[in-house]
Design a protein around this ligand. Sequence first.
Ligand SMILES: [Zn+2]
Length: 418
Amino acid sequence: MSSDLERQLFEAAWVVPMNRAPIAGGGVVIEAGRILAVGKADDLHKRFPDAQRLDFRHCTLVPGLINAHTHLELSAIRCTAPAGKFIDWLTRLVPNASVPLDRQAESIGAATRAGIEQCLRFGVTTVGDISRFCSITRVDLRESRLRAVSFGEVLAMGQRRGLLEERLAKAADRSLETELLRIGITPHAPYSIESHGYERCLSMAQSMNLPFTTHLAETPDEATFLSDHAGPFRELWERIGGWDSQVNRFTGGPIRYAAELGLLDYPTLLAHVNYCDDDELAILARGKASVVYCPRTHAYFGHPPHRWRDMLKAGINVTIGTDSCASSPDLNLVDDLRLLHELAPDVAPGVLWEMTTTRASRSLGLQDQIGSLAPGKSADLTAFPTTSDAPLREILETPILPSANWVAGRKTLPAISE
Ligand SMILES: [Zn+2]
């Protein structure tokens, strides 16, 4: 059995560092959880003759995959029924208040652990996880080998306005933080937290230098709700109760609203942005925010085509996520990449892979640690079996699963260390 601290040389059919061209017959040297060198395996063997050699010559090594937007605590839900209307789907996710709190905690923990297990099985080594019950889910994340930014979710609107500070304090609580578990904040969405709440969350994130995300422009109904307090989101509020007349209004749609609140002056991660006209795209391009597109979830709800290619062209950092098991068949992030490849076969596979590696690390503020295989970065790696000279394309065009992965040099798949 080898120690995590030992110097090891991974020899692979291909190494795809993402910050430079793929290397045939490549190698990666790691030590104490970090990458020491990347290059041709033969050269690395000469430079580091004492390194333990690990044979992955039937595999392609890529940076550990990053799922920038998911909700692990919803992993027990199966998305078998058609989505129907967005608010009906949303209502189905509201926790059943008649279930006692301790039983809820038990099922939230179990769902989170099942989600973590899925991520690792599918080659994902880092998640941007949205959590309404972050004091429970952070315990499970902390005990896992998955790297995560745990975004504590804050909702505070209407008669629930007064819960803002308590919920924000819980979201920003760093007591469970570790090297692998970073804390972030997420005001939920423009229909569930008011402008004052957004501003408080943002200023907390700024002062503590925390990652920050929110759901935005997910459906066209957000604009109607913001300007007129009308439409399906208002109906939802009537259904669940708790509305009051002091909720602020805004005309101009959710993207201008985000700009007005200062969200685009911070490296905010905007989840979805399914509805975005040319003027709004230009507003995003002037700001610092990233966008996370969730291809299979987007398809589940039948939204019009996402403008991710226009966004990339305009210089916006676009990454991808699965969203939760409530809107996606599972947390297999590569299947989201495969759908993108099907939708846009003319886009080079390397450009798609950037969206789960280099671009994704930037969207979570982890670009100095992960996202590419480069000396000094954490040894987060995923290995896929490979038989061709176009390994990234091969993974997109065959339903293969990864054969191994590592987080900070520790093997996380298969789960039992060898
Ligand atoms: Zn979401």
